[in-house]
Design a protein around this ligand. Structure first.
Ligand code: AMP
Length: 193
């Protein structure tokens, strides 16, 4: 694993533990020699992860649609900033650049991004790990909702279990390195509905 994509809030959230973990995540990613790929913003947890990684001497690559750059919320001190046409191009670019996708707490944008990459992973579009840093139980309800998808017949247990939940970023990165993808859906070897 050489690079890790972090999805997280463009706000800092209501619990100071969220910001603490964002700073720890950025520092750890840099200290492990990983490139941080993220949405390119300078606000909220996103900005905190990027600032911490840069402060620790890490490589930080942002990917941002041109209209968000125009609204001056791009981080101006990154190693690289890819300016793309729109959100679809952005998510594809981030997906191509990263070897795994990890969520810190966040809002709708964060959920959209990780659900897309989980879907691509279970379809076999890529074989990269997806997971959540469950700071103070923030993703407990998400985990229960995803389990319900399998329990009620809209997903299967291996696709539920391919998602990684960790107490902190260090644990998540270890689990990402040990990740073995399930057989893709519709591959002939995939889990039968
Ligand atoms: P949200 O969780 O709704 O705050 O959205 C955060 C996620 O969506 C991040 O992982 C970003 O990739 C993207 N995003 C949303 N708002 C911004 C922003 N102002 N600047 C950069 N990326 C953003």
């Amino acid at each position: 694993m050489q690079s890790i994509c972090i999805y997280c809030g463009s706000a800092s959230g209501a619990d100071p533990a969220f910001l603490d973990e964002a700073v720890r995540a950025g520092t750890l990613i840099a200290n492990q020699g990983l490139t941080l790929v993220y949405g390119g913003g300078r606000v909220g947890l996103m900005g905190a992860v990027a600032d911490a990684a840069l402060a620790a001497g890490g490589r930080v690559v942002g990917v941002m649609p041109e209209d968000l750059v125009a609204r001056e919320i791009a981080h101006t001190g990154l190693t690289e900033l890819h300016v793309v046409k729109n959100m679809h191009e952005r998510k594809l670019k981030m997906s191509e650049l990263a070897d795994g996708f990890l969520c810190l707490p966040g809002g709708p944008g964060t959920f959209e991004e990780i659900f897309e990459q989980w879907t691509w992973a279970l379809l076999g579009i890529h074989a990269k790990p997806c997971g959540f840093v469950n700071v103070n139980g923030y993703y407990d309800l998400t985990r229960a909702l995803i389990q319900q998808m399998a329990d009620k017949g809209f997903s299967q247990q291996p696709y539920v279990e391919m998602l990684i939940y960790a107490r902190d970023t260090a644990e998540a990165l270890d689990a990402f390195r040990a990740y073995v993808p399930p057989p893709p859906k519709w591959s002939g070897q995939g889990v039968k509905p």
